[in-house]
Design a protein around this ligand. Sequence first.
Ligand code: NAP
Length: 212
Amino acid sequence: MDGGYAEFVKARADMLVPIPAHLAAAEACTLGCSATTALHAARRIAPVQLGDTVLIYGAGGVGYALVQVCKLSGAQVLVVGRSERKLQLAQQLGADAVIHAGQEPVAETVRRLTGNEGVDIIFELVGTRGRLVFIGYSEDQLIANPLLLVIGELQILASVGSTQQDLLDAVALASSGKLRQVIDRVVPLTQVNETLQAVQRGEVAGRAVLQP
Ligand SMILES: NC(=O)c1ccc[n+]([C@@H]2O[C@H](COP(=O)([O-])OP(=O)(O)OC[C@H]3O[C@@H](n4cnc5c(N)ncnc54)[C@H](OP(=O)(O)O)[C@@H]3O)[C@@H](O)[C@H]2O)c1
C-alpha cells in the first residue's frame, strides 16, 4: 500500500521475494502481473502440457510471458494480434506462428496451421474445442451453447492473479535467462500521464516502467 506510483511502497515482509543482483530492476518489477499471471494460468489453470497446441489471443505483457512459458512446457504456440510490431516480438520470443487478426481470418488460419486439428488450449478467445482460459478483464457477455459444450467436452476456465510461488518462479526463470520481459520504455515517474496515454493508444508493447 498505497500503490506503486510512489517512491516508497509498504509491503508485508513475508510477501517479499528476493531479486538476484544481476536481474535489472526494470525487468524484475514487471514480472508481477505479467510473468506471474502467465505462470499461474499456464501451469495451474490450463494446464499446458508437452505436445499441446496453444493459441494466445493478445500479444502484450501477459501474452509474451505466456509464449515463453508455453514453449518451456513443450507446447506449439500460435499468437493472434493486430499490430505487426507486437506480433514480431512474439515471434522473437519463440511463437511458432503469428496471426494478424485484421488481415487474415483467425479461425481459418488456425485450422490451416494445425492441419484441421484446432488447438488444445486457448487463452482468452472462444474456441471450438479444448480448454478456454479467460485472463483478460472484459465485461463482454459470453453466450455458450450447452449442447456444443457437452459434445466437445469443452472447458471454460478463468485465471486471476498469481501466488507468491508464481512470483518466486518468475524471478528464477527471468534470472536464469529463460524468461524475457518485453519493456517498451523506462521513464521517470513524472511522465506517468503521458505513459498511460501511450498505453491507451496501444503504443506500448509489453510493459512501460516508471522510475521514481
Ligand atoms: N487475470 C489476471 O490476473 C490478470 C492479470 C494481468 C492482466 N490481466 C488482464 O489481461 C489482459 C491482458 O493484459 P496485458 O497486460 O497483457 O495487456 P497488454 O500488454 O495491453 O496486451 C494486450 C494485447 O492485446 C492486444 N489486443 C487487444 N484487443 C485485441 C483484439 N481485438 N485482437 C487482437 N489483439 C488485441 C493488444 O494489441 P494492440 O494494442 O495492437 O491492439 C495488446 O498487445 C488485460 O485485460 C488485463 O487487464 C488479467
